[in-house]
Ligand binder design. Structure first.
Ligand code: 5GP
Length: 126
């Protein structure tokens, strides 16, 4: 079910549990500010999620409240993960769902990285 991205941060969300090590994940990259791991239900041959370690519900929350170091670290990490995964030459897609109309399901900011095949149109029409 899509979440309301204006709600306060929920410490029991699934990505908070992953960050605390309570739920396993397939990590592809980690640093001081960021964790990147394989999506459990991949929507493309390569599907990686990149999340900040800080408690931010969505891009909206993060862009308003995170420090410059967190934002810079996050943006650089997304590029680094895509480069390390060999996605640059053929291309890849970034996606961040924010709130109900975008069908955000997990209330901790995450950027999806999709790659590995032609990814089709950007949005479903209609
Ligand atoms: P959203 O719809 O919020 O943008 O995307 C949430 C994503 O999190 C989905 O692609 C879903 O497959 C992924 N996901 C949900 N639960 C887990 C989990 O426990 N582990 C991993 N690795 N991914 C998850």
């Amino acid at each position: 079910m899509a979440i309301d991205a204006t709600l306060p941060y929920d410490d029991d969300n699934i990505f908070a549990k992953i960050l605390r090590g309570e739920i396993p994940n397939k990590t592809v990259y980690e640093d001081e500010h960021v964790l990147a791991f394989q999506d459990i239900n991949p929507q493309a041959p390569q599907h990686i999620l990149v999340i900040p370690k800080g408690k931010y519900v969505s891009w909206d929350d993060f862009s308003a409240k995170a420090s410059d170091a967190e934002i810079g670290g996050f943006v650089r990490a997304v590029g680094h993960v895509a480069r390390e995964a060999g996605m640059v030459e053929a291309g890849y897609r970034l996606l961040a769902n924010i709130g109900q109309n975008a069908h955000q399901e997990v209330p901790h900011l995450h950027v999806h990285i999709f790659a590995g095949k032609p990814l089709g149109p950007m949005l479903v029409k209609g």
